[in-house]
Ligand binder design. Structure first.
Ligand code: NAD
Length: 361
């Protein structure tokens, strides 16, 4: 029997992308598994090398691979390019071409970093929640949309802007399955966030999520209106386990949740397709302001690699090992500049990578 060797597409990108990716690759290599890792240019680096932010060879590699590990893209020097050639288009292109519809963003606050949050330590210390945002539907993509002459009401005849909110049954079902299955790997609780009291689309969302829940009797489901969810996220965020919601509410709530932790350099993310193939990337951007200085925090990228092991490569034990190693280096007091506090030890990007590799044992 031939065993399939997992192929990982390594797309470092721009700015701090190559620096943080180098450390994540070292961590993967240190696990003692044989992965096939192949690199390609993306973003500004793709444009510089091949005239396009998502070169054909990069897309081909991403499609062939079992998972994609992505650094970050973007640089001020590409801001004057026409929109279709800007580095950020690479992410949208990859999402579309790979059919990535589920965005998973954990918000974890290690007790050692509780001081970095703007909330009181007792409210956020030990926070470990997962926000799942639907990526392809909702008012962001619904048609018709545009600016037209207002057909009725007190402003009839004036110009009006309008968009269309819509979600197809299959679209809701597949994201609900992702949420329940993710919860099975965690504390087995899902909060579905909607606006069913006002919006037809989200009453339908609530009905379908409730139906899909019948397949997962081992997971508890609660429904919550988005305004209440926003309030609970800053009041008692630790009450949540998995939150699943639509594209627009997820956009807003996931950024709020990210800020609960106070340290953008720590947050991984995943975008999955229907077969659990995914693209894994830190939640932050390419940080051109600190690129090339060797001070960027590589932990978000290393934790993204851990998510990749868990969700796309079926290696939960290895994912646990990487996450435990990250906890250990934080407990040792090692900090990159972005999370440095008095009384801790300041380390470079590479030294942080060294420490994680060493903690893997
Ligand atoms: P950013 O996330 O790159 O940086 C925001 C701030 O956080 C900066 O001060 C930066 O130095 C700091 N920071 C970010 N990551 C860090 C890390 N790992 N370690 C230490 N500090 C870190 O956001 P921005 O400045 O708004 O955008 C910069 C570029 O990144 C832009 O071109 C933008 O379009 C792009 N961007 C890309 C992605 C992506 O690739 N997914 C996401 C957001 C922004």
């Amino acid at each position: 029997m031939t065993t399939h060797m997992n192929k990982i597409a390594i797309l470092p990108g721009d700015g701090i992308g190559p620096e943080i990716m180098a450390q994540a690759v070292r961590v993967l290599e240190a696990l003692g598994e044989s992965f096939e890792m192949e690199r390609a240019e993306v973003g500004g680096a793709g444009y510089a090398a091949h005239g396009h932010p998502l070169p054909e060879a990069t897309l081909k590699l991403a499609k062939e691979a079992d998972a994609v590990l992505f650094g970050a893209v973007g640089d001020y020097k590409y801001d004057t390019l026409e929109r279709a050639l800007r580095p950020e288009q690479a992410i949208l292109g990859l999402r579309r071409e790979l059919g990535l519809f589920a965005n998973l963003r954990p918000a974890i606050l290690y007790p050692e970093l509780a001081g970095a949050s703007t909330l009181k330590p007792e409210v956020v210390s030990g926070l470990d929640i997962l926000i799942i945002r639907e990526l392809t539907g909702d008012i962001y993509f619904g048609k018709p949309r545009g600016v037209r002459e207002c057909p009725d009401g007190p402003f009839q005849g004036q110009r009006e802007g309008f968009d269309t909110m819509r979600y197809a049954e299959g679209e809701i079902r597949r994201i609900a399955h992702v949420a329940f299955q993710a919860a099975q790997k965690r504390d087995r609780r899902v909060t579905s966030v909607d606006k069913a009291n006002v919006l037809e689309t989200f009453q339908f969302w609530r009905d379908i999520v409730t139906e899909v829940h019948k397949d997962y009797p081992d997971v508890a489901l609660e429904h919550m209106y988005v305004d209440n969810a926003a309030m609970q996220l800053v009041r008692a965020p630790k009450k949540f386990d998995v939150i699943v919601t639509g594209n627009m509410f997820g956009d807003i709530l996931s950024d709020a949740a990210a800020m609960l932790t106070g340290s953008i350099g720590m947050l991984p993310s995943a975008s999955l397709d229907a077969n659990n193939k995914g693209l894994y990337e830190p939640s932050h951007g390419s940080a051109p302001d600190i690129a090339g200085q060797g001070i960027a925090n590589p932990l978000a990228t290393i934790l993204s690699a851990a998510m990749m092991l868990r969700f796309s490569l079926g290696k939960a034990e290895q994912a646990d090992r990487v996450e435990a190693a990250v906890k250990q280096v934080l407990a040792q007091g090692l900090r990159t500049a972005d999370i440095f506090e008095e009384g801790t030890t300041r380390v470079s990007t590479e030294q942080m990578g060294d420490a994680v590799v060493k903690a893997l044992g």
